[in-house]
Design a binder for this molecule. Structure first.
Ligand code: GLV
Ligand code: MN
Ligand code: MN
Ligand code: MN
Length: 421
């Protein structure tokens, strides 16, 4: 595949970096060095809306049209020569982890904008329109689970599925979404899943060490492992720590420890492929001299094989029940996404775009989940990874260089031109 040299030249490394750094000011977390500054920008927050207005400003300046939908997904449209042709969709998310970095998600959105700007400046016409999307709540940091926007848009879940989910302040997802939609009532609103994309391609930092350690520029993503999220609540009885004999307690913390120990045994994997994380623990009333009557913890369980995900995931409630000594437990599943393998069209286009530019590229699966997962049933789908320092993400020290990011955007631009031609 020949890539137009004027397209490559039109991708502006400094402009993309400037926009990323401007976005990083919205929710900035100070760090020990400029490269270790993070971001906390929760979905559907006032900060999120400021970031979206900034993006909309850049897009309208460029001549793109803007639309949103009932989940707050945001679309920026560049026309093709055939207005009836299905759009090629690219993008990612603008929300961050609570203690997150400056690149996870937002780079995929700004790379889409930069690629479209380069295509326009290079005077390249495609038959298919190209749309840049910012999906609502990919991280699941404020409202669990993640990927709500893409799950609703693709029809994987109904748009009301998370109405009663609350954030740490007790605000429901429905209330936050309604407030958000009211604040953006001036934007044209489209139905969810307004079209079946011609193709979907998402750019993202790798969030793992393979590209960096291999000295490579581009990851050609082959698929995404499956994920299941659960919330476990263990209920006991609160008592005085100094007076209540151990044998008479219903201590929710002690039974939580038993449950997690049993889950570690269930999730043991000598090959170390399986991923099992208890990342969030809450204890009530959370006082050092009071026996806890409620312990709540999260389970994030991932595996690339559907059978393992189903068998071990389904065993979780029984293993917890069997491990309890004094308390009772409820287990609620919050997210269930089976592993996906991308069809060859998009990965092959990404590979051609990388090779044509002389970039070092590797095929690899994604351990993190992404909105791309939910596009797979709709259209040919793929992702482009770029290296990030030490493979670190979901942390303020997440970092990728302006040059690495620009290489990723050049591959995205070339792949979009091929997919939309
Ligand atoms: C989403 O960012 C994930 O946890 O993979
Ligand atoms: Mn992400
Ligand atoms: Mn993330
Ligand atoms: Mn993700």
């Amino acid at each position: 595949m020949a890539v137009a040299p004027n397209l490559i030249a039109a991708v502006d490394e400094a402009r993309q970096w400037r926009r990323l750094m401007e976005m990083a000011e919205l929710g900035a977390i100070p760090g020990p060095t400029p490269e270790d500054r993070g971001v906390n920008r929760p979905c559907l927050s006032a900060l999120d809306r400021v970031a979206r207005r900034k993006l909309i400003g850049w897009a309208t300046e460029l001549g793109l049209s803007v639309a949103t939908d009932e989940l707050g997904n945001l679309f920026l449209r560049h026309e093709g020569s055939d207005p009836g042709a299905a759009p090629v969709l690219t993008g990612s998310h603008m929300d961050s982890q609570p203690n997150g970095g400056r690149f996870d998600g937002i780079w995929g959105v700004l790379a889409g904008l930069e690629a479209v700007q380069a295509i326009r400046e290079a005077g390249i016409t495609t038959r298919h329109p190209i749309e840049v999307v910012a999906w609502t709540n990919e991280e699941g940091g404020r409202f669990a689970p993640g990927c709500m926007g893409s799950m609703a848009w693709s029809g994987f879940q109904p748009p009301t599925a998370w109405d009663s989910v609350t954030d740490p302040e007790g605000i429901t997802f429905r209330a936050a979404l309604d407030e958000h939609l009211a604040a953006e009532a001036d934007l044209p609103r489209r139905p969810l899943g307004a079209y079946r994309p011609h193709a979907y391609v998402e750019a993202h930092i790798e969030q793992g060490p393979r590209l960096e350690s291999g000295g490579l520029d581009i990851g050609i993503v082959t698929g995404i492992q499956g994920s299941r999220w659960f919330t476990v609540e263990i209920r006991g009885k609160t008592d005085h720590a100094g007076t209540t004999p151990l044998g008479q307690r219903q201590d929710a913390v002690q039974d939580m420890v038993r449950a997690i120990t049993a889950l570690n045994a269930l999730m043991h994997d000598p090959k170390d492929v399986l991923r099992f994380t208890v990342g969030k623990v809450e204890v009530f009333p959370n006082a050092s001299n009071t026996v806890a009557d409620l312990a709540r913890f999260s389970i994030d369980f991932r595996h690339p094989q559907a059978e393992v995900l189903l068998q071990r995931g389904d065993a979780i409630p029984g293993v917890i029940q069997a491990a309890l000594r004094d308390c009772t437990a409820t287990v609620t599943e919050r997210f269930h996404a089976l592993p996906v393998t991308f069809q060859p069209e998009v990965p092959d286009a990404v590979e051609r775009a990388a090779r044509a530019q002389g970039l070092g590229a590797l095929r690899l699966p994604s351990g993190a989940f992404h909105d791309a997962q939910f596009m797979v049933p709709l259209c040919p789908t793929g992702m482009i990874f770029v290296p990030c320092r030490g493979g670190v993400s979901h942390h303020p020290s997440e970092y990728s260089t302006p040059e690495q990011l620009a290489k990723g955007t050049r591959v995205l631009a070339a792949a979009l031109v091929e997919l939309a031609k």
